[in-house]
Design a protein around this ligand. Structure first.
Ligand SMILES: Nc1ncnc2c1ncn2[C@@H]1O[C@H](COP(=O)(O)OP(=O)(O)O)[C@@H](O)[C@H]1O
Ligand SMILES: [Mg+2]
Length: 473
């Protein structure tokens, strides 16, 4: 790596180059297809600091020497050409030899830096990565198949990371600084981002990216992954078709939104669906969908558009179904009201650890708004409004599973009655630490079975007895 040391000497300034707007002849390597970076990188040893330094230097020079406003409009081919030209000239001036792979990598990295989100770009482009988590500039982790691993990418320093964060939030017209040290944003591709910086993030800026996956998990694939069994999926499909109201409960990252998306696919294509989300994530396959998204308050604390307002508005949109991404607050009240006044077949997720908890949380959300609504009335609405509660969990081996499917079937005195229809029975672990267990019907035939039959949806009773297939998860 000694050769990079020369480059770092302050005396080493780049030779003058042609302006970006008039691209010079393309050096051969730049035209070659980009190497499969995520793979190549993943196998490589940790990136040496010299490489980061070299990139940083070149990046600064490019910013200095290229016409930045022209950059915005330039197409990627011209950009690649211009960056390649500059790079060649620099490397030659500094007598640095990189070889063709190194050169291509450098040009790609520089383009990522200039036009994109720098070190995040290869991670964003890698379809096997579902989450990107940056804990300070030198600790980057990714999630693949439910498991976290350290990523080879790093940022040069805190300033570099901050610059990328700034790029993300300014693109969506938001701001992040000491007075407002966190922000939620969405990347142009739909990925969700949370950024939090000092003074709240004491070890440096932190970024959490939940990547948008165009390839959503369908119910069949959830069965294939062992998240749920065929009979249970059959029951859920029928329940959705028969317009049961479904509550999907689980912790963060337990697969709630994924399940909601998979379940929504069972809605009849002819129905009008209105979705309400804080950050639109759902990807319904139906044609007739109106997507609504809330708006956070601005830096002066004004202008918020809440889920509650959107639910109220959705009710005036002649919806056949209302799907709320996640209930968190007072919108639960309007949602319950709606479900009790003929807007059946709605679905939502809720953050809770058990099906019982989910119901209590819902209750709290409604009670919180302080309307003249006695608890018994709230319970009554929940008991008659909610039909099915799914509890999801992310287990210690990283797998995400449905832990239970329960039915809310009535009210006795002040108690909401619930019964489990399917439950996951743990059976220890195997040698690799994978959780073993089976997801089995409890043998109870849900009361809503009659409603499903009445709606003319075919569903054999043996899904509830475990005779229709292996209950093995
Ligand atoms: N059953 C599953 N098996 C594997 N990965 C899953 C499963 N369910 C969800 N995922 C993945 O887990 C991540 C978190 O899922 P998500 O539905 O967004 O969780 P939540 O809404 O509970 O926070 C996503 O990347 C998703 O693709
Ligand atoms: Mg979610």
């Amino acid at each position: 790596m000694g050769m990079f040391n020369d480059f770092r000497s302050p005396a080493a300034r780049p030779a003058p180059v042609a302006p970006a707007t008039a691209p010079a002849p393309v050096p051969a390597p730049a035209r070659a297809p980009q190497p499969a970076r995520p793979v190549a990188r993943a196998e490589a040893a940790p990136v040496p600091t010299d490489w980061l330094d070299l990139k940083h230097r070149l990046h600064e020079t490019i910013l200095e020497e290229m016409n930045l406003s022209a950059l915005e409009t330039v197409d990627t081919k011209d950009m690649r050409r211009a960056v390649a030209t500059l790079t060649v000239q620099h490397l030659a001036a500094q007598k640095i030899e990189l070889g063709s792979d190194g050169f291509k990598q450098l040009v790609s990295d520089l383009i990522d830096e200039v036009t994109g989100l720098g070190p995040l770009e290869p991670l964003l482009a890698d379809p096997t990565i579902s989450d990107i988590l940056v804990n300070g500039h030198s600790h980057v982790f990714v999630e693949r198949k439910g498991l976290l691993e350290r990523a080879p990418s790093t940022f040069r320093d805190e300033k570099h990371l901050l610059r990328i964060i700034d790029k993300i939030v300014s693109r969506v017209g938001r701001r992040i600084d000491e007075s407002q040290p966190w922000v939620d944003a969405r990347l142009p591709d739909g990925s969700r981002v949370n950024a939090i910086i000092r003074p709240c993030a004491i070890d440096g800026p932190s970024l959490s990216i939940r990547k948008f996956s165009a390839d959503k998990l369908t119910m069949d694939r959830l069965v294939g992954y062992g998240a749920i069994t065929t009979p249970a999926a059959q029951f859920l499909r029928a329940a959705v078709e028969a317009r049961m109201n479904v509550l999907i409960s689980g912790g963060t990252g337990s697969g709630k939104t994924t399940m909601l998306n998979a379940l929504s696919a069972c809605i009849d294509r002819r129905q009008r669906i209105v979705t309400i989300e804080d950050a639109a994530e759902l990807q319904l396959q139906q044609e007739h969908v109106v997507r609504l998204e809330t708006r956070p308050s601005n830096t002066e604390g004004a202008g918020e558009i809440s889920q509650r307002l959107l639910v109220k508005n959705a009710l005036r949109m002649r919806p056949d179904r209302i799907v709320i991404g996640e209930v968190r607050g007072s919108e639960a009240f309007d949602k319950l009201q709606a479900m009790n006044t003929g807007h059946d077949g709605s679905m939502t997720t809720i953050h809770a650890n058990t099906a019982r908890d989910a119901i209590s949380r819902l209750e709290q959300m409604v009670v919180m708004i302080g309307a003249d609504f006695p608890l018994s009335a709230v319970r009554n609405q929940i008991a008659s409004g909610i039909n099915i509660v799914l509890q999801l969990n992310r287990l210690s081996d990283g797998s995400r599973r449905v832990m239970s499917i329960s039915e809310v079937y009535g009210l006795e005195g002040d108690t909401i009655l619930m019964q489990d229809i399917f439950i996951f029975k743990r059976e220890g672990r195997d040698a690799e630490g994978n959780v073993l267990g089976r997801f089995l019907p409890t043998g109870v035939r849900p009361r809503c079975y009659d409603l499903i039959m009445a709606a003319g949806i075919p569903l054999p009773t043996d899904v509830f007895s475990g005779l229709s297939g292996r209950g093995v998860a």
